[in-house]
Design a protein around this ligand. Structure first.
Ligand code: MG
Length: 311
């Protein structure tokens, strides 16, 4: 529903740049690309009780930096507009300290900022970076391998503890929450990848949703092999305790900020970053999961919806 309304709205805007609707927009400058993205954080939908003001400030930089990483760009500048509740004005220093942490982490400088008063905390970040070549959602080709950085499932596991009171002892909880509260954008990976891959996306809404975006933009299909998914021992343990399917958690966990990319088989041995091959691009459109000899359509849950409605 929400997506249909947004799509209809954007049809009204006729003047769009040549790269629009990917992780970030871009335009050619010199022999490279200037890459620009904006991503908004809203308290009522994006913030949970465990997040500190510093976590929130850092997060808004991370989610924007991650969109640059997904395009293969090096982050350079950051801008933001923040709406603060009156009651939050005292804690604004902590929020800004979190933003500073993010700027240091990703090598960016603040270029502009605006503050206002609001009924709830809202921060809209804008990030600018440069890329030598772009990785775009539309560039996946049948025969290529599908890969992902890092491991999957911790943020959704932590969210299920946070919102649904699911079980985990203190040690396990700590390990799951680490990535949930302070995810890290894969900047160096993205820059390296741009020399090898033509198609990437970052995981903000959950892997199935991101794969669908690639599948639709590329008019191709993606088959994921369940046994290849990089799921940590912690997520497996959490799923065992709470009677959940670990692969469903891994495939729908959002705000991971890992990069999914496609790549030619013969390029893979020269790629010097850590990643896992999880599947391949095929002709038949859609996102599929190969599980125990059967291939079925991957189930797509919005991860926040997933955690609130299904458990
Ligand atoms: Mg993105």
């Amino acid at each position: 529903m929400e997506e249909d309304i947004i799509r209809a709205g954007f049809r009204e805007i006729k003047r769009k740049s040549e790269v629009f609707g990917d992780d970030a927009g871009a335009f050619g400058i010199g022999d490279g690309w200037l890459v620009v993205t904006n991503d908004m954080l809203v308290e009522s939908t994006d913030v949970v009780a465990s997040m500190s003001q510093e976590d929130i400030g850092l997060r808004v930089v991370t989610m924007n930096a991650s969109d640059l990483a997904a395009m293969g760009a090096r982050p350079l500048y950051f801008a933001f507009s923040v709406g603060l509740k009156e009651s939050d004005e005292r804690s604004a220093r902590k929020l800004f300290r979190g933003i500073q942490l993010g700027l240091e982490m990703y090598g960016m400088s603040l270029i502009s900022a605006d503050t206002n008063q609001s009924d709830e905390l809202i921060i809209d970040g804008i990030a600018v970076g440069m890329a030598k070549s772009l990785m775009l959602r539309k560039n996946a080709r049948p025969g290529e391998l599908v890969c992902v950085t890092g491991d999957l499932g911790k943020p959704l596991s932590a969210l299920l503890i946070e919102l649904k009171g699911m079980e985990a002892d203190e040690g396990l909880r700590k390990k799951l929450y680490e990535k949930f509260l302070r995810p890290v954008a894969r900047i160096e990976e993205g820059i390296t990848l741009a020399d090898f891959s033509r198609c990437a996306i970052d995981i903000s809404d959950g892997m199935v949703k991101e794969l669908k975006a690639i599948s639709e933009a590329s008019s191709a299909g993606i088959v994921i092999r369940e046994e290849e998914l990089p799921i940590s021992d912690e997520v497996r343990e959490f799923c065992r305790i709470n009677g959940l399917d670990a692969y469903l958690i891994a495939m729908n966990s959002g705000e991971e900020y890992e990069l999914i990319f496609t790549i030619d088989r013969d390029k893979i041995s020269s790629l010097e970053i850590e990643f896992t091959v999880i599947g391949e691009v095929v002709e038949e459109k859609g996102v599929w999961i190969k599980k125990g000899g059967k291939t079925e359509r991957a189930k797509d849950f919005s991860w926040r919806h997933f955690s609130k409605e299904l458990f």
